[in-house]
Design a binder for this molecule. Structure first.
Ligand code: HEC
Length: 173
């Protein structure tokens, strides 16, 4: 099942992923503002273009036919730290790019380097754009508020997702 993408990487026990503290103290507990959520949504659709593989609503129905099949993020069971980790370090061998410019250049991605990945035969696609730590935090604010664990998209969730009534919501039940 797609939701187990991280576990299926196999090299990274989920416990090890969860054990890494990427988040500045205090940040995790702070309730994200509507502004931060909207900023994250723009990053998802525009700069980071997550939607090309994961779909505009994160349901895994990709926008770009040529793109790899992204996971259904609406069914993902990942927590904040795991989401931050996957976005920064990607999922080598699974077509999920790493969005941290310095991923696999130092010890930030479980101590592995690009050479290690090469040696292990794990391909890592290039992201369309890299993201700063702050941008990853906004993206995760958005994902946790509007995508991860939010269930199937419907009209009411669609309007909440966009923050206004947009035409794409009209087609939903
Ligand atoms: C080039 C295509 C592509 C792009 C662009 C992409 N992803 Fe992915 N993503 C994938 C694939 C493929 C998987 C793994 C699917 C699998 O095998 O489980 C994945 C997995 C994930 C997972 C793990 C989900 C889980 O529960 O295991 C998260 C979270 C994720 N992507 C978030 C993002 C975000 C946020 C962005 C934008 C910053 C993004 N992805 C951009 C292809 C992509």
């Amino acid at each position: 099942m797609k939701r187990h993408g991280v576990a299926r990487w196999g090299l990274v026990p989920v416990a090890a992923v969860a054990g890494i503290a990427w988040i500045a103290p205090g940040e995790a507990s702070a309730q994200p503002s509507e502004r931060n959520i909207a900023a994250g949504r723009r990053l998802y659709h525009q700069k980071a273009d997550c939607q090309s593989c994961h779909g505009w609503s994160g349901d895994g129905v990709k926008m770009d036919n040529q793109a790899p099949d992204g996971a259904n993020l609406r069914e993902s069971a990942l927590d904040r730290e795991q989401l931050v980790f996957v976005i920064k370090c990607g999922l080598p061998g699974r077509e999920m790019p790493a969005f941290d410019r310095l991923a696999y250049t130092d010890d930030r991605c479980l101590g592995r380097t690009r050479r290690d990945l090469q040696r292990m035969g794990l391909r890592l696609p290039e992201p369309g754009a890299t993201l700063q730590n702050r941008e990853v935090e906004r993206l995760v604010d958005f994902l946790l508020a509007k995508v991860v664990g939010q269930g199937e998209m419907n009209r009411a969730r669609c309007i909440d997702f966009w923050g206004e009534e947009v035409s794409v919501c009209d087609t939903l039940p």
